[in-house]
Design a protein around this ligand. Structure first.
Ligand code: SF4
Length: 230
């Protein structure tokens, strides 16, 4: 295999727990990729893309996929979460990394605006897709891409996790889920403190149940608040 450019990384950390979605509580290693194609004002990882606030030379480092695979191989934890930023911006190199990790269970967290390569779909266990609602997205961004959402649903490996701050936003979730026939819908409260996450879950729980969806916590926030690298 010819050497590639490597991956632009914001951070690697773990073992820790997957904090969100269907695998919550499972041990995992995290690889956070730099760069994003959206500009959400309330993004909790702006260091991956907001070059008005962060210097790329200080917050992004290029690693070879071989070095990253060696870091994963040094740990017995089976689950690897590839997060961002938007990881699929670097999917050609990401594919090379996953080809070096055939014995690991890999989840990719994506904002649902880029179609994954078929070879990548074959290698991942799941895509945790987080389409952004209008109130979360930046003016000028186009956070909902129907063709991409349909492609991810058709992969059979996507779970769709919507970050919601108010019960009233569930109508927007319902509209997106219905229009693109999304089958595995999760709602997660916005919040970077344990108090905000608990309050949000309490506010959303009954309405999410009534709509037949799933509710996600943010386990890492409940345990460690807003510490980086946990
Ligand atoms: S898509 Fe995700 S990583 Fe990108 S700006 Fe929005 S919240 Fe941040």
């Amino acid at each position: 295999m010819p050497a590639g450019r490597g991956l632009l990384i914001a951070e690697t950390f773990g073992p820790t727990f997957q904090g969100e979605g269907p695998s919550t509580g499972r041990q995992a290693l995290f690889v956070r990729l730099s760069r994003c194609n959206l500009h959400c004002p309330k993004c909790d990882t702006p260091e991956t893309w907001d070059w008005a606030r962060f210097k790329p030379s200080e917050v992004a480092t290029r690693h070879s996929v071989e070095d990253l695979a060696a870091w994963v191989a040094a740990c017995t934890v089976q689950r690897v979460i590839v997060s961002g930023g938007e990881p699929l911006l670097q999917q050609a190199e990401l594919l090379r990394l996953l080809q070096l990790l055939p014995d690991r269970r890999v989840e990719i967290e994506t904002n649902g605006t880029i179609v994954p390569l078929p070879e990548l779909v074959d290698l991942v266990e799941a895509f945790n897709v987080s389409p952004k609602l209008a109130g979360f997205a930046a003016l000028g961004d186009q956070p909902i891409n129907g063709a991409v959402l349909r492609a991810l649903e058709a992969s059979g490996k996507a779970r769709f996790k919507f970050v919601v701050s108010r019960v009233a936003e569930l109508d927007e979730v319902a509209s997106v889920a219905a229009e693109f026939a999304l089958t595995d819908v999760w709602v997660m409260p916005e919040g970077t403190s344990s108090g905000a996450v608990i309050e949000g879950m309490r506010e959303l729980a009954d309405a999410v149940l009534a709509r037949g969806w799933n509710l996600s916590t943010r386990l890492h926030v409940l345990i460690w608040e807003n510490q980086r690298g946990r």
